[in-house]
Design a binder for this molecule. Structure first.
Ligand code: S3P
Length: 167
């Protein structure tokens, strides 16, 4: 396996688990959102405000393509990475993928307590929007090589489950 990708909805723990996992197995770590912010010199909400979602998705795809050329990286992706079929092909062709899932109420609780601004969740009706987006997207993550429900586990336990699976 060349890289290990983490996919899943916003709040599923991809960045937290990814960082710990990389440390645990001695691989490098990248987060597509962080890469985009670094390259553009703009925060995610500013990128959405400037060019809309399609502009963000173009940057996301270019970032994924670049990262996929590396080897021995744990890569945490944005929750919408699966919206483009080409991204799924890129991940399938360049490593193994783990889907971090979580129950809706768990995601809601994590997102409410998270200071990161997610433009697609909007402001007042965040919980309703979360529900809609989950309905639309749930099935899009299910092609992964491994699925782990993170609802009732610590990030460290999720890391161990991943290590045991691929170990
Ligand atoms: C998005 C998820 C975010 C970020 C952007 C769009 C999405 O990443 O890429 O706000 O469409 O689900 P996280 O999954 O890390 O929150």
């Amino acid at each position: 396996m060349t890289n290990l990708y983490l996919i899943g909805f916003m709040g599923s723990g991809k960045s937290t688990v990814g960082r710990l996992l990389a440390e645990r197995i001695g691989w490098s770590f990248a987060d597509t959102d962080d890469e985009i912010v670094r390259r553009e010199g703009m925060e995610i909400p500013e990128i959405f405000a400037k060019g809309g979602e399609s502009f963000f998705r173009d940057l996301e795809q270019a970032t994924l393509l670049e990262l996929s050329g590396r080897s021995g990286w744990v890569i945490a992706t944005g929750g919408g990475i699966v919206l483009r079929g080409r991204n799924v092909e890129i991940m399938k062709a360049s490593g193994k993928t783990v889907y971090l899932s979580a129950r809706e109420e768990v995601l809601a609780a994590r997102l409410v307590g998270d200071p990161a601004v997610r433009p697609l969740l909007g402001g007042d009706s965040r919980i309703a929007r979360l529900h809609e987006l989950l309905q639309e997207r749930r099935g899009m993550y299910e092609w992964a090589d491994l699925t782990i429900d993170t609802s009732d586990q610590t990030a460290q336990a999720v890391v161990e489950a991943i290590v045991n699976h691929f170990g």
